[in-house]
Design a protein around this ligand. Structure first.
Ligand SMILES: [Zn+2]
Length: 406
């Protein structure tokens, strides 16, 4: 029930699913006494709810130093043994898979080169094989998998779990990713855009007290993940934050062509693929974005000149995002961000010059702390939020209680 100021906290906390959220937020766990204090619920209600969550396998106990009436008090924590989740972070040219426990800790991971243009069947079959190997090595059965998370370098219709007209993912348009993966793992399969997953990972792990964060990935392409009020902002169609294809007007009479088919996009000036193209045209011997990164880091004059010019263009685009969304933190990640501080310094300079003081007064522009693992960390948390959705927890608890009654 609402009273116009949001749900009544006491009433919401009556549900086991909402109580369980308190345990997820406290890795150290809670005793019955602490839960009564934190929730404001009567001790009898607390006891009943905790028993239900333990019976459903969601909570377990660890020893506690304190004593209640001479007996050691039980401390309740999220039951890691409830199952595992599997996640796959798929980039244009590589993939990373991880097996995580029910508190999102990575227990095992593997990374290998992979070409997204091989198409969905080949790439997803490889992911499923790697998942199977991780499970076997960790001694878990496929039936213990509670959910799977997959991210892809393209626009995602989140609820359908499908990729929509991806510019660089040949053959993936409208492919049923959950349908394919759940043939092997019959459990919920979450599909997300890769940069959204990275943004979520950085926010939840590296900036947990920050509700509004923008993650900018500057690699082969340029993408942005937006976290607004603690949630991924996908927009009406999953296309929010497509900063790489904002057009920079009035810069050139003949703006460079973009891989999206238009001309003058941020990507066409400043991305890894654009720098590669420009350096080749200038006669520099480069084969890949990795070569561009290596040359720039080694101080190659032409590579550095273009990298710096690109950084200024990215700064302009990011300052527009800052003016629009007023984030507390802007995280810069990706291959090009890892070269040196130039990209971050340039973005800071342009943002502070172009955005209003109110938006920049407490703004931090920082490098990614999680690097290559931001995607898997974000996916694990995203997937667990779904597994432990309060309504789902309530349904599970009700089903367990009902089974015990019959
Ligand atoms: Zn474009």
């Amino acid at each position: 029930m609402t009273n116009g100021r949001g749900p009544d906290p006491t009433e919401t906390l009556m549900r086991p699913g909402d109580l369980f959220r308190l345990f997820r937020a406290r890795p150290e766990g809670l005793t019955r006494t602490e839960l009564a204090q934190v929730s404001g619920l009567a001790r009898t209600t607390v006891n009943q709810r905790i028993d239900l969550l333990v019976d459903a396998g969601l909570l377990t106990t660890i020893p506690d130093g304190s004593r209640t009436a001479g007996r050691p008090a039980d401390r309740f924590v999220v039951n890691e043994g409830y199952g595992v989740v599997l996640v796959a972070d798929m980039g244009a040219s590589g993939l990373r898979v991880a097996l995580c426990d029910m508190t999102a800790r990575i227990r095992a991971e593997r990374a290998e080169p992979s070409d997204i243009t091989d198409g969905p069947v080949a790439v997803l079959d490889r992911v499923v094989t790697l998942f199977g190997e991780l499970l076997a090595a960790a001694g878990h059965a496929p039936s213990e998998v509670r959910a799977v998370g997959v991210d892809v370098p393209g626009p995602v219709a989140h609820h359908a779990g499908r990729v929509v007209t991806p510019p660089i993912m040949t053959g993936w348009h409208d492919f049923d990713i959950p349908g394919h993966v759940s043939r092997t793992f019959p459990c919920p399969v979450v599909v997300e855009n890769d940069v959204n997953a990275m943004a979520f990972g950085e926010q939840r792990l590296a900036h947990p007290d920050v509700a509004n964060l923008v993650y900018v990935k500057v690699g082969t392409g340029i993408g942005t993940g937006l976290i607004i009020d603690g949630h991924i902002h996908r927009g009406a169609d999953g296309a929010a934050g497509d900063v790489g294809h904002i057009q920079i007007d009035g810069r050139d009479d003949e703006p460079p062509l973009c891989r999206c088919g238009r001309a003058g996009c941020v990507e066409a000036y400043a991305s890894g693929w654009a720098l590669l193209r420009d350096l080749r045209e200038a006669g520099v011997d480069v084969e890949s974005v990795a070569d561009v990164v290596r040359l720039t880091r080694a101080g190659h004059p032409e590579a550095n000149r273009r990298y710096r010019a690109g950084a200024a263009v990215i700064g302009t685009a990011v300052s527009d995002v800052v003016s629009l969304l007023n984030p507390r933190v802007v995280v810069i990640g990706g291959q090009l961000a890892a070269i040196d501080d130039v990209l971050i310094a340039s973005i800071r300079e342009v943002v502070y010059r172009r955005s209003l003081p109110l938006a920049t007064r407490r703004l931090q522009v920082v490098p990614s702390r999680l690097g290559h693992t931001a995607g898997v960390h974000g996916l694990a948390r995203l997937v667990l939020d779904q597994v432990y959705d309060p309504r789902r927890v309530d349904a599970l608890v009700a089903a367990t209680a009902h089974a015990a009654d019959v």
